[in-house]
Design a protein around this ligand. Sequence first.
Ligand code: 4AD
Length: 457
Amino acid sequence: MRKTIKDILKEAPGQKVDVKGWVRTRRGNKNVQFVALNDGSTINNLQIVFDLSKFSEEDLKPITTGSSIHVEGELVASQGSGQNVEVQAEKLEVYGTSPADYPLQKKGHSMEFLREKAHLRPRTNTFGAVLRIRHALAYAVHKFFNDRGFYYFHTPLITASDCEGAGAQFQVTTMPLNDLPKTEDGNIDYSKDFFGKMASLTVSGQLEGELGATALGLIYTFGPTFRAENSNTPRHLSEFWMIEPEMAFYEIDDNMNLAEEFIKYCVKYALDNCYDDIKFLNDHFDPELIDRLKFVIDNDFVRLSYGEGIEILEKSGKKFEFPVHWGVDLASEHERYLVEEHFKKPVILTDYPKEIKAFYMKLNDDGKTVRAMDVLFPKIGEIIGGSQREENYDKLMSRVKEMGLEGMDWYLDTRKYGTVPHSGFGLGFERLVLFVTGMQNIRDVIPFPRYPKACEY
Ligand code: 4AD
């Protein structure tokens, strides 16, 4: 079986090897040619040395940037700097040539250019690094929860409920859009649609997750979610992956402790397991990246209430674009001021006004605020949103009525039969990947980003 370049680079010299990959560069002179080969297993290339007494110019002609080759040869100690071993080529097979119009010829393409070539960008060093880190973080998520006795609970992607109540859902229908069936009073007749009712793509698996937690105790979801907000920011996607743990018998403090432990675990896992990739991103784009990751692991997050946060913002003397006072939904500039300028640490804000939060959050005794918690991160802003849930049937029912929500009996049943205090949160997976990679735009941490007016592939 073929060994990956990642493994070959760890081998001792003096053995035959068989390598396959894509050519990054070829350079050299009349006597010897050096090819940097990469197979995606690692950021590091394997150097292949072609001695021109064994190979002709003609043999090597198809070896251009982007071409794919198979080389057999001997692993030897490398004379050059930058690698311990290299391969002295003995046999060459060319799988596929790569003509001169291969778009990834030179180093240092802009992120915007690469986004237009998203079908090829995983072959660049930068995206290879990001995608390997993304994989490691996904694995860390499962490992973290599995090791703590949580069950992976699959919630539906097509749903008839709007968890966050923000009305930012993509509809799912098989009805002909140019000839919609109508009811007698002129509304769309959803009884004729595929599911016999209006259906959408989910914005969150939380409500169904609560059904899982109030049966299995500790669950988490990890799946795609969809939001049809017209948000063209470096922090928003229309399709993103969310991790939503939900815990029976957890109150807000347990929830905050778990969120903090969870993020620290994931960041540490990436540092321990993807150091080469993170170092590459640190050295090429963001010289403070590794320090920032270590800082998050080593420091306690600051915990304070929304009200205290507002007071700090009001007293800051800063001119914010969006004015700040008790009751406003915090904008990214406010969140980042607290984290990056005031505390210089990740912050967990709790007890938000009930008007700006979702209907399911537990009402505090003041009747004004809810037991919400948002985790705010440097460079990112909100990375986690969560809360203790309202477990009292009557209070929840009155919130459901206030919001005019319908068809929620199944959800209310969890409060009717054996209700328990419970809590949970949602971590936007791409925001975590953004933080760990130090990339500037969330569109560059998912292979095929979806955002307004962009749905390629
Ligand atoms: O704060 P949100 O909307 O919370 C929920 O959906 C809850 N149901 C979670 C829960 O309690 N189980 O979203 C949670 C997180 C945000 O903190 C953010 O990291 C991410 O999801 N997020 C987005 N990420 C990328 N693009 C978007 N458009 C996002 N919207 C939210």
